[in-house]
Design a protein around this ligand. Sequence first.
Ligand code: PMV
Length: 334
Amino acid sequence: MKRVVKVRAPSNIALVKYMGKLDYVSNLPANSSLSMTLNSLATFTQLEFIPGGSFQLSWEGITSWGATPLRSFCLRDHERIKVEKHFKRVLEYFGESYSGVWRIQSGNSFPAGAGIASSASGFAALTLAIVTALRLKDIPCSVLSELSRQGSGSSCRSFEGPWVLWEGESARRVQSNFEPLSDLVLMIEESEKLVGSSEAHRRILSSRNWQGRVERANSRVTRLQEILLRGDWGEFSSLSWQEAMDMHELFHTSEPSFSYFKSGTREVLSWLESLKDIRSAVTLDAGPNIHLLVSQSEEAVWIERLRERFPKMNVLIDRQGEGASVLYQAEVPA
Ligand code: PMV
């Protein structure tokens, strides 16, 4: 018999960023981070598993999920190795043998290079799919998150939502009284980034701004938790801006320096800066595209405002979400 599992896992956007590692093997972060889980910007993964025999793994990109079109993506060689290692890690953790025929089919609802962490949603989906295919019951979210973190750090924040704190080895949902938010992703450029996040985590250690970075980030995490409880837009907005610029300044002052900013990034940022007093918060991932967080009740007004100012700009629209979920599981004849 063959087990078939379908899962979806959203990406997440960090307001306080994970940048710098204490341990490169298990992805232990230098500082705590806090993110908002997204909803429809997600990875969809189907996993088929025929138990027994020697371990065989195949991976294919898919272009649709039912009626939903997906962006298929290719895994580069080092990514295939990471995926295979992740299987081994998860199987070993649960004392399962490294065996069976595994077929992964996966696609994203968002373009690669969109400034949306595809490794976060991808590894969260993969971890949940493997554990579900093994028919392990009642595995706590914390275990899924810890395992997933070892595949891709930021993926540990995609299992719950809408607000998730990652400290050391574990990630957990945190309390918020903030109104429900939308994430408008302002697409400046869709191309793949030249410096990947693994390289960025290493290179920023050479920045003069690295000094004090861990303390700055950790203190922002503490403040952000308080801001979420108070629901204060002004402080939320300024913390988010300062933190995004802090991370990008690390990139700009590394040796050798690098930048994800494009001229469009600067143009849109300076327009947004002039609107700072309006209820919104700006952040960027390690990429040129801008995340604009606004109240869901003002989403339509913001989309109109953006269309008027930047008529040609593509905007991806998403909302806060609750984390990864299993959509389907069954056993069918092989
Ligand atoms: O999970 P990684 O190794 O791809 O790191 C990504 C880190 C950032 O996306 C740049 C920030 C974050 O906290 O998500």
